[in-house]
Design a protein. Structure first.
Lengths: 136, 821
């Protein structure tokens, strides 16, 4: 057998390990009830409950941000994030949290938001257009 | 019912749309003609005239294509530049306040503009092939024009059988966006301005980064087209030579574009770093890595005849991966895994078909030509350069597979209907794999330079690398100690590998100056790459958040424990805070246009002598949007030779809507609503910061400039004000003159008070005191995050050195190409 073929086989073996590890490392999307049952970090997708207050008071603590999130099953949970309030947070349509439950709070290590960006979506822009009309 | 709309300028749009259709049709025509020109030059019925005829039509079609591409660009630029907001593209991506250079960036902010950029570059590269490609023109241009036709089709935006094909940049606002105002003929008078460019993209790097990146993407098609042409025309080994400088060009430009993006992210975004393994970043680095691998095996094949299949495969798959990258970023499939992908424009399957066509093209040619390919049956020598070039290419490929596998998780989910989430700690996940790969690649990039093709004397080889290997141990020890990366074993190994690579290649470079100039390009590029690795490693591994704050109050120790380090700190105006070795003071803010700049002063003060050793200001800025109650922050960075201080604001007090001056502006508006008290001598009245005591009544008060007659009564209320421990005297006056009541209030600015004696109630034996108090002054503050990035200049510097190396190599390979003719 050629040396390069052997090298090729070894590489393929490593490649398979790599792919398996990717899926071993990967996490799952879940709900708050899933989060209660597991120790490991997972992703929770949900919407911000805009009726409840967002708590961020940098004068008290610049690294404490808390809010209420409704997961996709409709369950609500208090979420605590150890950082400053992300920009654009109030306008988020959907939030993906990475983290785990600590007691009755979900401690998020990462927050990812999907916003109806002014720059990419048309719907929000329309309201701006009609606002101009009202002025006239 | 047709409405006659007023004020629309429809000509540039119509013209532009015409150019789009023309560019699509001409590209298709050129593809077909080049195809027949190629085929007829090989068949049995070979006729020079037929070939020339086809080629002539193809060239005319290609010229038309170039013209129409320029036409599209001109029309679109005209629309954006003249703020024709009847067009959706201009309205969505630009505004009247944008300076000209950002109008250029708004040109390619949208998907349509970036497709145009791609087709423009691809056309330009096509011109070079037509002018310089000689015998390769027909076959290579067939593939390029096919790709050109695909990109043009992305811009068409015409409905065929109920499906919209592509997305046109010339679509009108009233067609793109539904809204009641479009029922009015004069709707344009109401659209006074566009939406403007995303503030994050308003950065000079955004003017230059996309064109570079897209030139890189576009140039990847050339080596691919050469590989296809080589297999198609059975010119199996011939294609390698002309494809080599093109491949080097593509990796050089794409590499530059990627690093520019990284620099932009570092300078303008506040995610606090230069590489985040975001899917969008990964998508562009994957084809770069495969083509880097491809370049190395092309060289190996050219010199030894080994690795033909690997070289061909890697060159071809690189372009397919470019298409895959554009699919990932443009189809919206990345969804919640990426922060900055485009949204779907309804071109999902269109993009998929682009990939599939070129993938199938590649597979078909590889399969039908499999038996004829010059694949050697001989075994490589272990001590030969070709063997290690091959191994290096394989390692790079596996590194790619790892990035590809994780990045493609959303695709995997879409195909198999699973719901796998990306790893919770993405950066750790990638680094775990990429660091060992980088180690191996760095080692190979060093010692393979000392190997000869075919066969090398093992003893000589070990002697020549031995010195570098030993010397690298000492340098690594010093470097690791100074840069403090000794916390992780893999980091030490990577540093060693990179140092070894720098030393070994420096020696080769030294020989180059003595006349062996051939390897100079690769030596320089490898040195640059090794510096880049060390720089990235040190900056990423030892970057240090200096705005650490442990003063969180009131949330329990449990919270503080699990969330260390706490990376944001609050600064009150003019109150210095010690951060690491810096004394940091927030000095105030200033507003310029939409941006508010926060002046942050950094000082290093010698603890012994009290002498100021360093003193500089940083101006991180934030765009405040009062309506949305949000900020968009951009960092500011102090660059030193050996480290950077990077600072951005995380939170700032939101500005209130500007209080406009109006008529009848009264002094009282500066105060809160007054409080009325009915008092007598000896009474005490409280206010927020203290209390007021009525000391006495002065029945003989005087009012300046007002002469008093005998009938007039002027009474002063002598008050003692106690505010925050300080005592002030004050005497507001009440005046009855000619039967009218007046009062003369007194202000105590230090206590923020205004006091009025406004009435006398003789029946109740009371006096009326009105207390005005200024609203509580909020201390100005910012929440700040500051990171120190050590040795990050190695990363940027390494990139520049690497690009220089690529340029040298391109010159060398181009010269070889000319000599061989």
């Amino acid at each position: 057998m050629k040396k390069s073929s052997i090298a090729g086989l070894i590489i393929i073996a490593i490649a398979i390990c790599v792919i398996i590890s990717t899926y071993a490392d990967s996490s799952t999307y879940g709900s708050f009830s899933d989060a209660r049952e597991t120790e490991s970090e997972l992703h929770v997708v949900g919407q911000l409950n805009k009726e409840k207050e967002l708590f961020y008071n940098p004068q008290q603590d610049a690294n404490y941000f808390a809010f209420y999130l409704k997961d996709n099953e409709g369950k609500e949970c208090k979420v605590v994030f150890g950082g400053s309030k992300p920009q654009d947070f109030e306008r988020s349509e959907q939030i993906v949290l990475t983290g785990k439950m600590v007691g009755n709070e979900f401690h998020a290590s990462k927050i990812l938001m999907k916003c109806p960006s002014k720059y990419t979506k048309d719907e929000v822009e329309v309201t701006e257009v009609s606002a101009t009309t009202a002025k006239i | 019912m047709d409405i006659q709309f007023v004020g629309e300028n429809l000509l540039p749009g119509k013209l532009g749309q015409f150019f789009i259709i023309l560019s699509f049709c001409s590209a298709l025509l050129a593809t077909v003609c080049y195809y027949f020109a190629t085929v007829s030059s090989h068949g049995d019925s070979f006729q020079k005239q037929t070939v020339a005829g086809w080629q002539k039509i193809a060239r005319v079609a290609f010229s038309l294509n170039i013209l129409s591409v320029i036409g599209i660009g001109s029309c679109l630029f005209y629309i954006i530049y003249n703020h024709l907001f009847e067009y959706h593209y201009a309205w969505a991506h630009s505004s009247k306040t944008l300076p000209v250079y950002y109008i250029i960036s708004s040109f390619w902010e949208g998907q349509e503009g970036s497709f145009w950029l791609w087709t423009f570059w691809q056309g330009l590269l096509g011109i070079i092939i037509v002018l310089r490609g000689r015998t390769w023109e027909n076959s290579v241009m067939t593939t390029i024009m096919l790709s050109q036709a695909f990109i043009a089709s992305m811009l068409v935006g015409v409905e065929v059988l109920g499906e919209r094909i592509g997305s046109s940049p010339f679509i009108l606002l009233r067609d793109a966006v539904p809204g009641p105002i479009f029922a009015r003929p004069d709707y344009l008078t109401m659209i006074t301005d566009g939406n403007g460019l995303n503030p994050l993209l308003q950065n000079y790097w955004m003017v230059i980064h996309p064109p570079t990146l897209f030139l890189g993407f576009a140039s990847m098609v050339v080596p691919f087209a050469y590989a296809i042409a080589g297999l198609w025309e059975k010119r199996y080994s011939e294609w390698v030579k002309p494809a080599l400088p093109w491949s080097l060009f593509a990796v050089m430009i794409l590499g530059t574009g990627i690093i520019m993006g990284s620099f932009w992210a570092y300078e303008a975004l506040n995610f606090g770093g230069f590489w985040a393994w975001d899917p969008v970043e990964n998508a562009s680095i994957i084809p770069w890595l495969t083509l880097i691998a491809g370049v190395h095996v092309l060289v190996a094949y050219k010199n030894s005849g080994h690795s033909y299949f690997t070289a061909t495969f890697l060159v071809m798959i690189s372009f397919v991966l470019v298409l895959y990258a554009s699919f990932l970023t443009r189809s919206g499939i990345l969804g919640e895994t990426s922060v900055h992908a485009f949204t779907d424009l309804g071109m999902f399957w269109h993009l998929v078909s682009y990939i599939l066509v070129f993938l199938i093209l590649m597979v078909v040619f590889l399969v039908i030509r499999w038996k004829d390919m010059p694949i050697t049956k001989k075994d490589e020598e272990t001590y030969s350069r070709e063997f290690w070039l091959f191994i290096g290419a394989l390692v790079l490929s596996v590194a790619c597979i790892q990035i590809l596998a994780t990045t493609s998780v959303p695709v995997f989910n879409a195909v198999f209907g699973t719901e796998i989430a990306p790893p919770p700690n993405v950066i750790q996940h990638y680094n775990k794999w990429q660091v060992p790969f980088a180690v191996v690649v760095a080692f190979i990039s060093a010692f393979s330079q000392y190997l000869k093709y075919k066969r090398t004397d093992a003893k000589k080889f070990y002697i020549s690398i031995g010195v570098s290997l030993v010397l690298a141990v000492f340098i690594t020890a010093a470097a690791v100690y100074i840069t403090k990366v000794y916390t992780n074993f893999m980091y030490i190994i990577l540093t060693y590998a990179a140092v070894f690579s720098i030393l070994a290649n420096a020696k080769i470079l030294g020989d180059a100056f003595k006349g062996k100039w051939k390897l100079a390009g690769s030596a320089v590029a490898h040195i640059g790459f090794a510096f880049l690795l060390v720089g990235a490693l040190i900056a990423a591994a030892t970057n240090n958040v200096i705005s650490v704050n442990n003063t969180g109050i009131g949330f329990g120790d449990e919270f503080a424990k699990s969330n260390n380090p706490r990376e944001n700190i609050i600064l009150y105006q003019d109150e210095p805070v010690k951060m690491d070795r810096y004394t940091v003071t927030y000095k105030g803010d200033s507003t310029e246009g939409v941006n508010t700049y926060y002046k942050i002063n950094y000082r290093v003060i010698d603890t012994v002598s009290g002498e100021i050793k360093e003193n500089f200001d940083l101006y991180p800025n934030a765009q405040q949007n009062v309506k949305m109650r949000q900020i968009i922050a951009s960092p500011d960075t102090r660059h030193y030779l050996f480290h950077d201080i990077y600072t951005h604001v995380s939170s700032v007090p939101l500005k209130e809507e500007e209080h406009e001056d109006h008529e009848g502006h009264s002094d009282d508006e500066n105060y809160e609503k007054p409080v009325n008290h009915e008092v007598n001598v000896g009474d005490t009245v409280r206010f927020r910061e203290g209390f007021i005591t009525v000391k006495a009544i002065n029945r003989d008060a005087k009012v300046q400039n007002i002469p008093l007659s005998d009938q007039d009564i002027a009474i002063g209320m002598q008050l003692e004000v106690n505010s925050k421990g300080k005592t002030y005297e004050s005497e507001p006056v009440y005046l009855l003159k000619d039967g009218s009541k007046f009062d003369f209030g007194k202000k105590i600015d230090e206590a923020g008070l205004k006091l009025r004696f406004t009435n006398v109630f003789p029946d109740k034996d009371k006096l009326e005191l009105m207390v005005y108090q200024k609203p509580k002054v909020e201390r100005n503050w910012v929440v700040l995050k500051a990171i120190e990035f050590p040795y990050i200049n190695l990363f940027w510097g390494g990139t520049i050195i690497m690009v220089v190396g690529f340029i040298l190599s391109i010159f060398r390979r181009n010269k070889e190409l000319k000599q061989s003719r």
